[in-house]
Ligand binder design. Sequence first.
Ligand SMILES: [Zn+2]
Length: 138
Amino acid sequence: MPDDARCPCLSGDAYGACCGPVHSGDRPAVTAEALMRSRYSAYAVGHEAWLRASWHPRTRPASLDLDDDVTWRRLDIVGTRAGGPFDEQGEVEFAAWWRSATTGERGRLHEVSRFVRGPAPRPGERGPWLYVDGDVQP
Ligand SMILES: [Zn+2]
């Protein structure tokens, strides 16, 4: 995805100023919401390596099978709880809209995701946000 393209997470920023540097490891996600956005964008662009890297080792699936047929169309952040720069855990509630290329079927995934910080890379620093799991909402 070009740096000057609109970021798939629909933050309003360009990819190169939003989820791009998070995907490349140039800039950590400062908040749980930023990590959530980067993971949504990774699904949207098929960035499997980032999905794995941002998944807590305890809950990370052995293999990830991204569905090429599904395009992710829109992300709405419904709400957040904690997950800020000085928090150790957080929750992000979101709705993500998808569409199937072959059937034209559309749907919405509504989930409350849980995030925690991983180990700090160096003493005195904060660990990176990691996705743990989520509860799909009706
Ligand atoms: Zn983004």
